[in-house]
Design a binder for this molecule. Structure first.
Ligand SMILES: [Zn+2]
Length: 275
C-alpha cells in the first residue's frame, strides 16, 4: 500500500530479527559529530528512586549509501538502504586514542575493514608479556544512539532528545525484556504501535567508575503515537558518523598526531565518562 506502510513492515521485521539474533560482545562510545545539529538536547537517565525514566523511541530514516554495508552489534550486516527506518544507530568505537584521547570508529566492527587498533590488539595477544588490561582496552566499545521523547520533561518543546547510550547498560536489557519467547516480541519503537519504555536507572560500579544500567523495565501503552512527520523530524544519525581513514587512526594511536591536549578537554571527557 503506502510507502510508509511498506517501510514500517520492513522495519518491524528487522526489529524482530534484531531481537532474536542479539548476541554478546561490546561497550561504550561517542563518535558522531552531533555538534553540527542545531539545538540537540541529550537525554540523561536518572537514578532518582522517586522517578522512573520514561521514554518513547522514535525511528529515523537512513541517508547514507554505505548504511547497507554497516554491521550492527550482533555482527550482521544491516542490509538496509537510504530511506529505510531504523530505531537505533549502533556504533563501535575505540575511545581515548592518542594524546587527544579521541574516539575513532572501529572500521573492523563497523564495516569489516582493517582497523589499526584491532590489528594492534591482535598483535599484542601474540605477545606473552603483553599487558592484559591494555589488550582489553583495545576492544571496540558499542554505543547506541536513539531519538527519544523524554516523557518526564515538563516542557513539551524540550521533550525531543538524543540519547547516546552504552549498549550493555540499556539496549541489551530492552531487547531481553522485549523478547517474550513464544509470545513474540514487543516492537517498542514502532511509530504506531510502539510502547513507552519505563525503567529505573540502577547505579553500578566497575573499576571505580560509576555508571547507570536499566532495571525494572516495563513497556507501557503510549499516550500518543507517532507519524511519518515525527520520523522525518528525527535526526538521521548516519549523516553525522565521522568516517576515519586507517592512517589517521594509526597516527593518533602511535602519538604522531599534533599534541593539542588541553586540561579542559580532559576534564570534559572525564565528566562525560561519569554520566
Ligand atoms: Zn577496531
Amino acid at each position: 500500500m503506502s510507502k510508509f506502510r511498506d517501510r514500517r513492515a520492513a522495519f518491524r521485521e528487522r526489529t524482530e530479527q534484531g531481537i532474536k539474533e542479539r548476541e554478546k560482545t561490546g561497550g561504550r562510545f561517542s563518535c558522531l559529530n552531533l555538534a553540527k545539529v542545531e539545538g540537540v538536547n541529550f537525554f540523561k537517565p536518572t537514578s532518582d528512586k522517586k522517578h522512573r525514566n520514561e521514554i518513547d523511541i522514535i525511528p529515523f530514516l537512513a541517508t547514507q549509501d554505505w548504511i547497507s554495508k554497516m554491521r550492527s552489534f550482533n555482527g550482521a550486516v544491516l542490509g538496509i538502504n537510504p530511506g529505510d527506518m531504523l530505531y537505533k544507530f549502533e556504533v563501535p568505537g575505540h575511545p581515548r586514542i592518542g594524546s587527544e584521547e579521541r574516539t575513532f570508529l572501529c572500521l573492523k566492527a563497523a564495516f569489516g575493514k582493517s582497523c589499526p587498533i584491532c590489528n594492534e590488539r591482535e598483535a599484542l595477544k601474540e605477545n606473552q608479556d603483553a599487558d592484559e588490561d591494555l589488550i582489553k582496552s583495545l576492544y571496540p566499545k558499542w554505543r547506541v544512539f536513539y531519538n527519544v521523547r523524554d516523557r518526564n520533561e515538563e516542557d513539551k518543546e524540550k521533550r525531543r532528545k538524543v540519547w547516546d547510550a552504552p549498549y550493555h547498560s540499556f539496549e541489551k536489557f530492552f531487547l531481553e525484556e522485549a523478547d517474550m519467547g513464544e509470545d513474540g516480541v514487543v516492537i517498542f519503537a514502532d511509530p504506531e504501535e510502539g510502547k513507552t519504555i519505563r525503567f529505573k536507572g540502577r547505579k553500578k560500579n566497575f573499576s571505580g567508575r560509576e555508571y547507570l544500567e536499566a532495571d525494572s523495565i516495563e513497556f507501557l501503552d503510549r499516550k500518543k503515537q507517532y507519524d511519518e512527520d515525527d520520523i522525518k523530524g528525527s535526526i538521521s544519525f548516519d549523516k553525522y558518523l565521522k568516517m576515519p581513514i586507517y592512517e589517521e587512526v594509526e597516527k593518533a594511536y602511535l602519538g604522531l598526531d599534533d599534541d593539542k591536549k588541553s586540561g579542559k578537554k580532559r576534564k570534559e571527557r572525564k565528566e562525560e565518562e561519569n554520566e
